[in-house]
Write a protein that binds this ligand. Structure first.
Ligand SMILES: [Zn+2]
Length: 567
């Protein structure tokens, strides 16, 4: 088996690794992502592959984000006939996100998306189990806590036993670690291994987040301050948020704030204007209900619903009525407030009892709603960067009043509309008035700097990515059986992330490895044409070979000695 990293190599979007085993006749991909906002995006997204797409037997996906799966329909259009292996949840979310991407990118059509042959294995536990592709090739999934459905993907080849080899791809790692969960809609990251090889992401490989960014209370307090501001001004708070993950976390926090002080926020109108988020919510609720039994004792655990949610609402995860109550609370959070809802009254804490649905889902006439909008109001809307989607529409209408506020829930690149608006917000109001520049969009829309008088901020604490500490926690973990520290693999490729982040992470891996007495090989692939051999010998094999060499050497010396001692 050998691996070639086609992307993203020093970038953060367009993940794709090609694995090939000529002796066994395998050729397959792990992820097949679109590049977004990169200088090389147009070229990459044409899908000029070093292989014939019809020769690829299957693709395994780590998760549904477009930078990991966005070129799949193009592969099918170009001749791929194989299966796409992933979790059922990744299939559901990717289908929605790919349809949005098809409209924006024009690279493929909805028919190409319909051609994808999705498959989740139906036997064995989904997480941790050996899922067979054939009798000598297996896939294993481990939850990453990045978004619902997201997993690290391990590939094992060869017959079971000491000769079997393995490589694990981390996929995007999330920030929730066991017993330190602070984001609501995802269970903690799972540790896995050890494997022979590991491929790790490094989006935030150089960043160690301060404690206040890892705290649910501080995150909610910042949001609370913005709500209090619009109560004072009677304005509208616009929160542009990515439709998958971040939107749901923001909705959860706003429900929490209202549940803690229902009277204070009674006059605030809440709107969700994010068509893809609204389309995703039924699949999300299904996912939160999903459980499986695992291990020797067949312990039953939710796959994606974290125990932090039970704790926050004073619920017990072993009681059926408590589990049902938690699902009801999630339903209230993700569905329109005008749907019929049953309040949770008999179980849980005060927060659970006062939790109520507060959001109206917008569909249809945005213009009429804008005219009729009661104030104060909150609009949560996609796209998170305001590049397209309803958020672009809202930002143009809300930016011009100082009673309004715009709070970005996630990362906005400097070139995006959100990034430009955040940069303008750094300028004193007087200087903005002197400026003759404009924020501009691809469709010709513009917003003059002079018009931006709303308060503009970036909310922190909603990132779905682990920082350096979180990535290291995936690489180095303690065995639950022996209590020993182990490394996920001896040979580690850092594949995903810009070079500054990759170098900082490599230095930390080496440093931690040295302290723990691990002999590690850390590699940063740079050449998309380079193949890496994954059949390098294991320690046991190396020792055996050396033993044989030494035995031969002894025989040779003994023979030579005999000749010398001959009279
Ligand atoms: Zn991702």
């Amino acid at each position: 088996m050998e691996v070639r990293f086609l992307g993203p190599l020093g970038k953060v979007t367009g993940s794709c690794a090609w694995l090939r085993d000529e002796a066994r006749g395998w050729s397959f991909l792990v992820d097949c992502g679109m590049q977004q906002g990169e200088r090389t995006a147009t070229q990459w997204n044409k899908g000029t592959w070093p292989f014939d797409p019809s020769s690829i037997q299957f693709v395994v996906l780590t998760h549904a984000h477009i930078d990991h799966c966005g070129l799949l329909p193009l592969l099918y259009k170009q001749g791929l006939k194989g299966t796409v292996f992933c979790t059922r949840e990744t299939q559901a979310f990717a289908t929605i996100l790919l349809k949005d991407a098809a409209m924006l990118s024009q690279l493929y059509t909805a028919e190409d998306i319909d051609r994808i042959e999705w498959r989740e294995h139906r036997i064995g536990p989904l997480l941790g189990g050996f899922l067979p592709v054939s009798d000598d090739l297996f896939i294993r999934y481990f939850r990453t806590g990045h978004v619902i459905g997201a997993v690290s993907v391990a590939i094992h080849w060869g017959q079971k036993g000491p000769g079997q080899r393995s490589i694990v791809f981390s996929g995007d790692l999330g920030p929730n670690r066991e017993d330190q969960e602070y984001l609501p809609f995802i269970r903690h990251q799972m540790n896995a291994g050890p494997f022979d090889f590991a491929v790790v992401e490094s989006t935030y490989g150089a960043t160690v987040r301060p404690a206040e960014q890892l705290c649910a209370n501080i995150r909610r307090n910042n949001l609370c301050k913005l709500l209090d501001r619009i109560l004072e001004t009677g304005g509208t708070l616009l929160i542009p948020a990515f439709s998958f993950g971040r939107t749901q976390d923001v909705l959860f926090d706003l429900h929490w704030i209202v549940a803690e002080a229902p009277e204070r926020y009674a006059e605030v109108n809440f709107y969700l204007d994010s068509p893809s988020a609204i389309r995703m919510h039924p699949a999300m609720l299904e996912a939160l209900k999903r459980t499986e039994s695992n291990g020797k004792h067949q312990k039953v655990r939710p796959l994606w619903l974290g125990k932090q949610m039970f704790q926050w609402f004073g619920l017990k995860d072993e009681k059926p009525d408590h589990i049902d109550a938690l699902i009801t609370l999630c339903e209230m959070c993700l569905s329109d407030k005008h749907q019929r809802h049953v309040r949770v009254r008999n179980v849980g804490n005060h927060l659970a009892h006062s939790w109520r649905p507060v959001f109206e889902h917008i569909s249809g006439n945005r213009e009429a709603l804008h005219r009729a909008i009661g104030t104060p109001a909150v609009v949560v809307s996609s796209a998170g960067s305001c590049d397209g989607g309803p958020a672009q529409w809202w930002v143009k209408r809300l930016a011009n009043s100082s009673s309004n506020a715009i709070a970005f829930a996630g990362y906005c690149s400097a070139e995006s509309a959100g990034g430009q608006i955040l940069a303008v917000a750094q300028l004193p109001m007087k200087e903005r008035q002197r400026h003759n520049s404009k924020v501009s969009w691809a469709n010709g829309d513009v917003l003059s700097y002079r018009e931006i008088s709303a308060e503009v901020t970036a909310l922190s604490g909603y990132s779905a990515h682990a920082d350096q500490t979180g990535i290291l926690a995936w690489i180095f973990s303690t065995s639950p059986k022996t209590g020993d520290l182990y490394s996920v693999a001896k040979h580690i490729f850092i594949q995903h992330g810009n070079d500054g982040e990759r170098e900082a992470l490599a230095a930390q891996i080496n440093h931690t490895g040295d302290r723990g007495g691990f002999e590690l090989e850390v590699m940063m692939p740079r050449d998309p044409e380079e193949w890496f051999n994954l059949e390098a010998e294991s320690d046991g094999e190396k020792l055996k070979k050396r033993e044989l060499e030494l035995k031969k050497e002894i025989q040779r010396i003994e023979a030579e000695l005999k000749l010398l001692n001959r009279p």
